[in-house]
Design a protein around this ligand. Structure first.
Ligand code: SF4
Ligand code: SF4
Length: 104
């Protein structure tokens, strides 16, 4: 699993690079983020959940219906919007409340 950061969408807030537990995300001269060590990403989604503008794509593995599918998020004030795009371009949306994020 790995992520990809779209520099055209990134607003250089650095939230993703600050939160990545593996320090895998760095910033360029323009202060925009890029993943420096994609092969080391273990897919924890911490960076995705921080991104306020949906600039990070998280590629889905075959085991969870991937093969071209991906997801991205938008961090809102009280919830996170999860946008899932499947390999055949079908779109799904899930909303999780931040104050209930650890309830299953
Ligand atoms: S998914 Fe997790 S490990 Fe991978 S780059 Fe984002 S924060 Fe780091
Ligand atoms: S959290 Fe999103 S907008 Fe902020 S630096 Fe990372 S990719 Fe760019």
């Amino acid at each position: 699993m790995s992520i990809q950061i779209d520099k055209d969408i990134c607003i250089a807030c650095n939230k993703c690079s600050n939160i990545c537990p593996g320090n895998l995300i760095s910033t360029d001269n323009d202060s925009k983020a890029f993943i420096k060590y994609p092969q080391d990403c273990w897919g924890c989604t911490a960076c995705l959940k921080e991104c306020p503008v949906g600039a990070i794509k998280y590629f889905l593995g075959l085991d969870i219906g991937g093969s071209g599918g991906y997801l991205y998020t938008r961090n809102q004030k009280n919830h996170i919007d999860w946008h899932i795009v499947s390999s055949d371009n079908r779109k799904h949306h899930i909303k999780t409340k931040k104050d209930e994020s650890n309830k299953y």
